[in-house]
Design a protein around this ligand. Sequence first.
Ligand SMILES: NC(=O)c1ccc[n+]([C@@H]2O[C@H](COP(=O)([O-])OP(=O)(O)OC[C@H]3O[C@@H](n4cnc5c(N)ncnc54)[C@H](OP(=O)(O)O)[C@@H]3O)[C@@H](O)[C@H]2O)c1
Length: 329
Amino acid sequence: MYQAAKDRYEKMEYKRCGRSGILLPKVSLGLWQNFGLEKTLDEQKAILFRAFDLGITHFDLANNYGHPARGLAEENFGKILKEDMGRYRDEMIISTKAGYDMWEGPYGEWGSRKYLIASLDQSLRRLGLDYVDIFYHHRPDPDTPLEETMTALADIVRQGKALYVGISNYSREQAQKAIEMLKSMNVPCLIEQPRYNMFERTPEEGLFKTLWENGVGCICYSPLAQGALTDRYLHGIPEDSRAARKGTTIGERYLTELRLQQIRHLDELAKRRGQTLAQMALAWVLRENAVTSVLIGASSPAQLEDNVACLNHLEFTAKELEEIDEILK
Ligand SMILES: NC(=O)c1ccc[n+]([C@@H]2O[C@H](COP(=O)([O-])OP(=O)(O)OC[C@H]3O[C@@H](n4cnc5c(N)ncnc54)[C@H](OP(=O)(O)O)[C@@H]3O)[C@@H](O)[C@H]2O)c1
């Protein structure tokens, strides 16, 4: 039986999520990859136990996570909760989402009330939970009126199936509208989940400011550019890496010759700072005031340890930040 480490709250730092009552760990764990059939249940447990022992209290899922079958990550996490971690449920923030393609026919994706409510019911069954802490709309829907999507989110909170709601992949303008709409229904938007890392900086163009001004939290996904901003690919593509797996997007997105050159220069700078590239990449995302937490993935307990140790050196000098901008030009 899993017994959580007694000192688990001594290592992690927690930050308030916008102007809410919730504190999130500065490093959170996502189950998009590694929680389907890529790893055995025991390997998944080892990652989750280590995460919780390191003070990671926030676990992020979505209806479609879990290679090769959608829903598998929720199912596996549900099993692990039932077998080992369930008694720590009240120490955890568990999130899930709906928005991407999940089941056949016209009601299995996007942002209708029909899809969101049915999808969350399915997620709760797979997770074996009565409620999730955060339910997200996973991506903006160009065709469904925003009012319908936001009213469904507000009703989900009123029904007690989620304690808080959030949005993901919304632009600055879309986020502003969603935040206002939810506010008018007395259900505040807790958090936005955008992609943000050294290679993808769109949120700097106004989204961070909007979230900050509205008191909405922000958790950044793929802060390591799916592993590219680590020492993983400095000497080729390891067999057990994400880039070596079929159907992943890391290669085309981040492992071009130009990016690899930048990665080598960033690695040198990280070494001069006395940390690993992964740690520097995470500290760099956390330097933004509006950012509450970095949402990492991990394929081993050792990666978690490396990543959480970013907290030992979060500060940057102006010169270091300039050097990073110069490398990324
Ligand atoms: N809202 C959305 O649309 C959306 C989209 C994508 C992701 N997300 C969320 O964000 C979470 C994280 O996304 P991500 O997995 O792309 O995040 P990431 O942290 O950028 O990448 C994680 C991967 O990097 C490698 N890695 C991690 N730490 C390392 C270290 N210290 N040294 C070397 N390699 C390391 C591992 O890959 P290997 O397997 O190669 O070891 C790991 O699986 C997801 O699980 C999900 O919850 C949300």
